[in-house]
Write a protein that binds this ligand. Structure first.
Ligand code: CA
Ligand code: CA
Length: 253
């Protein structure tokens, strides 16, 4: 902790530890599970008082598709694989009024002529796991980019590559930017390319198994207009797939 933050804590008469305990107690009194602490912490700068609208944080309105398989897959033989949570994901809190701002927006890709399906399927609202509900991009490193049309505050990016059967997609990277070339204001929200085989820099996030819950990445309220997702094949084949990408946000003020 920086010295000035520590002084601010002392000035308030509580140790940093005590302040964290008070914040947790306040959260629990609002009925929020402890797992949602991260979203709140991200919205509040360290050493600052809680924002006036803090009580208005609500779960983002996620609508999940029907699961296509049950239980925990075995024998995937993928290194650095995250253990499944074994229960539904905790609600993800964001300011009231945050919605999926990606639906129907313009999608571009490193593969503008998909092997199967159309790029519009990336954000058409169809999240079903069945054949016909995903777009298939070519082999190797591929990406899709969504232009939100204007700068937005982004609280979460939620995406499903494929959930018909348990799969692991490799070198998953999620980025935000202010320009379509991803040069201005480039930020990386998620990167599990631990050995940098995709050349975007090594990431520390873990591999994970795709399910009907999709993968939720914290946007931390970042301001951006463009969202890009990379992958580099999966444990079943070299191809890349998207069932749906959702971006929970609101127009930037
Ligand atoms: Ca879709
Ligand atoms: Ca890699």
């Amino acid at each position: 902790m920086k010295v000035q933050n520590r002084l601010a804590c002392l000035a308030l008469g509580h140790s940093p530890h005590r302040r964290a305990a008070i914040a947790l107690a306040a959260l629990l009194s609002l009925g929020a599970p402890p797992g949602t602490l991260r979203a709140r912490a991200a919205a509040q700068a360290p050493g600052q008082p809680a924002p006036a609208d803090a009580a208005k944080l609500v779960p983002i309105p996620i609508q999940l598709p029907k699961p296509m398989f049950e239980g925990t897959p075995e024998n995937l033989n993928v290194p650095n694989l995250q253990k499944p949570l074994g229960r539904p994901r905790d609600p993800f809190l964001a300011p009231a009024g945050v919605t999926n701002v990606a639906k129907g927006k313009k999608v571009t890709s490193s593969d503008m002529e998909p092997v199967i399906g159309e790029l519009t399927q990336v954000n058409d609202g169809d999240k079903k796991g069945a054949e016909g509900s995903f777009v298939e991009l070519g082999p190797g490193v591929q990406h899709v980019s969504i232009d939100l049309g204007a700068p937005h505050e982004i609280f979460a990016v939620l995406f499903w590559h494929f959930h018909k059967t348990p799969r692991v997609y490799f070198d998953v990277v999620v980025q935000l930017a202010d320009d379509p070339d991803f040069k201005k204001g480039l930020r990386t929200l998620f990167n599990n390319d631990h050995d940098n085989t995709s050349g975007l820099g090594a990431g520390k996030d873990m591999n994970y198994v795709e399910t009907a819950e999709g993968r939720l990445v914290d946007g931390k309220g970042s301001r951006a207009r463009y969202v890009r997702l990379y992958s580099k094949g999966n444990n079943a084949n070299d191809l890349n797939h998207y069932v749906e990408v959702e971006v929970f946000g609101r127009p930037a003020r």
